[in-house]
Design a binder for this molecule. Sequence first.
Ligand SMILES: [Zn+2]
Ligand SMILES: [Zn+2]
Length: 91
Amino acid sequence: MENIKCKNLNHANVAIIGFCMKQNCQNETKYCLECLNTTHYEHLMIDLILNEFKQVYNQLDQELKQISKKIENILEQILKKWIRKLEYRKI
Ligand SMILES: [Zn+2]
Ligand SMILES: [Zn+2]
């Protein structure tokens, strides 16, 4: 049962609650609650911020696609209107 306890001697007997997902993390990747609040705190924050950023980005990307479709439709309608007007003048 050694590996479910934190390897940091100051946190002896504190249970491991997760793994650090940061690439090239210099610390022990398995962390306890104490480590999470100290050594890996920023790493976890970076992860959370990146995740949130990705979500917002995806949402924006979808909205932009919808908007560009709407603009395309409007432009098409305007174009059709003008084509009709021009054809009418020819007659
Ligand atoms: Zn710890
Ligand atoms: Zn870390």
